[in-house]
Ligand binder design. Structure first.
Ligand SMILES: N[C@@H](CCC(=O)N[C@@H](CS)C(=O)NCC(=O)O)C(=O)O
Length: 252
């Protein structure tokens, strides 16, 4: 069955991590297929109507966009539900997932704002592709330029994204009332938790995730400081708790 179900992805993408988590949560076997950034659009656009990864192939069906993947999985594989049945709680989950999807773009921009241009980043991005070193270096240079242009990695937007991602952290803390053991809605894990935890995970670097390969020793001081203070606050502890308790990964 894993051969019929394929997740097209960039391993380092937090939206792809969100899709992996949903598939794992539902206990669905799948194969990961890493697309090259840039040419990936030649695959995703005609088949699933989106420019982005993740894209899920399930037999003959192709579904692009992590939110659409969530609703697709929920429809065809209702076991281990991602959404509660009760209408009010369901609506809250739907809205929170949308909000955290938007914050995810700010997490990405802020992080690239700190890391882009450092030799580590493209190495980590391309490591799973196992390309010859020369090819990897050449692609890395092109990818960095593309990322900088596409996600507007320049001081003003990066500073704006810092403010926006703080709002997301405050939202987590208000939902959990400061208690990292609580879920965002109700008594169990939902799509809202998976979205928030996976899209903030690159800032926390849970053990066993692709971001773990980013060496903290070589990170800029500001990023290290921000990571340390984030790990100490309830929202940071909440992300780590979701990873250890619900995603089944180890603490770093
Ligand atoms: N709303 C989309 C966002 C996905 C997204 O932004 N993916 C990025 C990687 S993190 C991407 O594929 N970027 C390449 C591009 O836009 O060409 C989702 O939830 O799947």
């Amino acid at each position: 069955m894993a051969e019929h179900r394929v997740l097209y992805q960039f391993p380092i993408s937090h939206y792809c991590e969100k899709a992996r988590w949903m598939l794992d949560r539902k206990g669905l076997a799948y194969r990961e297929h890493n697309l090259l950034p840039g040419p990936h659009r030649l695959f995703t656009r005609p088949r699933s109507g989106v420019n982005t990864v993740p894209v899920l192939r399930d037999g003959k069906r192709l579904v692009g966009d992590s939110t659409r993947i969530a609703y697709y999985l929920e429809k065809y594989y209702p076991d281990a539900p991602l959404l509660p049945d009760a209408p009010e709680a369901r609506q809250q989950v739907i809205e929170l997932e949308q909000q955290f999807d938007r914050y995810g773009a700010h997490v990405r921009r802020w992080l690239y704002g700190q890391l882009l241009g450092r030799s580590d980043v493209m190495k980590v991005f391309y490591a799973p592709y196992r390309l010859p070193a020369l090819v990897q270096r050449a692609l890395g240079a092109v990818t960095e330029k593309g990322i900088a242009r596409m996600y507007r990695i320049s001081p003003e937007p990066v500073a704006y994204s810092w403010q926006r991602l703080q709002e997301g952290l405050a939202l987590i803390e208000s939902r959990i009332k400061g208690d990292p053991d609580r879920y965002l809605v109700g008594e169990r894990l939902t799509l809202a938790d998976i979205a928030a935890a996976s899209l903030y995970a690159p800032l926390l670097v849970p053990g066993g995730t692709p971001w773990e390969a980013l060496s903290e020793d070589r990170m800029p001081a500001l990023l290290r400081e921000q990571m340390t203070s984030l790990r100490a606050r309830p929202a940071g502890q909440w992300v780590m708790r979701r990873y250890t308790k619900d995603r089944g990964l180890r603490a770093p």
